[in-house]
Design a protein. Structure first.
Length: 261
């Protein structure tokens, strides 16, 4: 196994409102919702620390004053109502000077997922679950069409990514919302972000209505189109997304019963 780089930083994108959770996020951001005695953010921080990642930054926006755990770095996205995950991440651009992991704030994952990602040698590596479809059985509040799907080739390189239609004839899975950049990967990512920002601000960008509304997956697709390789780190479950009230109940039940995610 490749040596794990425990000096990698983590950036958690937690600025959004979490409107699908209805009244549960009226007075707090999604990442502070509790499951099994700890907030979603605490679960993430504990898992990252168990993998040797102690340099953690959080990008906050909605109800920003509520997120105040000690020992973390904070960046503020006060324009969270007008932008999306991609642009939100760049509020913490000053942290992107070396290797780092960027991740959504609404996922819980096992330690093994992070460890596997840390061993990837790709400059840009995304985590892709190939057994994700089972999780959508009974998930009526978050349809499968909303999944950020990934098509990849025999060398586990991304071909297509986003909310796309796929067929049985291709290798595919779901992007879980976690990506690692090497130092070189971070420079490539920043270069292409600023290039695209100049060209597409207020304009259609990949599958987003404007660059401001773009997801990370839109940026990845843009880079793939320019020949930038993006690697898949393949997993088979080991994580869960909390996007709706239904998801929250399922996640808490699994945690309390100590079931494998």
């Amino acid at each position: 196994m490749n040596k794990i780089n425990s000096t990698t930083k983590a950036i958690i994108i937690a600025a959004g409102m979490g409107s699908r959770l209805k009244s549960l996020t009226n007075d707090k951001p999604k990442c502070l919702l509790e499951m099994a005695g700890k907030s979603l953010l605490e679960h993430q921080i504990d898992t990252l620390k168990s993998c040797g990642i102690t340099d953690v930054s959080v990008i906050k926006g909605y109800k920003k004053e509520k997120i105040n755990y000690p020992g973390l770095k904070y960046y503020i996205n006060d324009d969270y109502e007008n932008n999306n995950i991609l642009n939100s991440l760049f509020y913490a651009e000053e942290e992107m000077t070396d290797a780092f992991i960027a991740q959504y704030s609404d996922i819980i994952y096992r330690k093994e997922v992070v460890e596997r990602l840390l061993t990837s040698q790709g400059d840009i590596s995304i985590v892709v679950d190939i057994n994700w479809q089972d999780y959508y059985f009974g998930r009526t509040d978050h349809p499968v069409e909303e999944a950020e799907k990934v098509i990849f080739n025999a060398n586990n390189q991304v071909i297509d990514i986003g909310k796309i239609i796929v067929t049985k004839e291709v290798n595919w899975g779901e992007f879980i919302g976690m990506v690692k950049f090497t130092k070189r990967g971070a420079e490539i990512f920043k270069k292409h972000f600023h290039q695209a920002k100049k060209l597409y601000w207020d304009k259609l960008f990949q599958r987003a209505k404007t660059f401001q509304n773009a997801y990370l997956t839109d940026m990845f697709q843009y880079m793939i189109g320019l020949g930038v390789p993006i690697s898949c780190v393949i997993i088979a479950k080991g994580w869960i997304e909390i996007d709706t009230v239904q998801d929250l109940g399922k996640a808490e039940k699994m945690l309390l019963e100590n079931k494998v995610i």
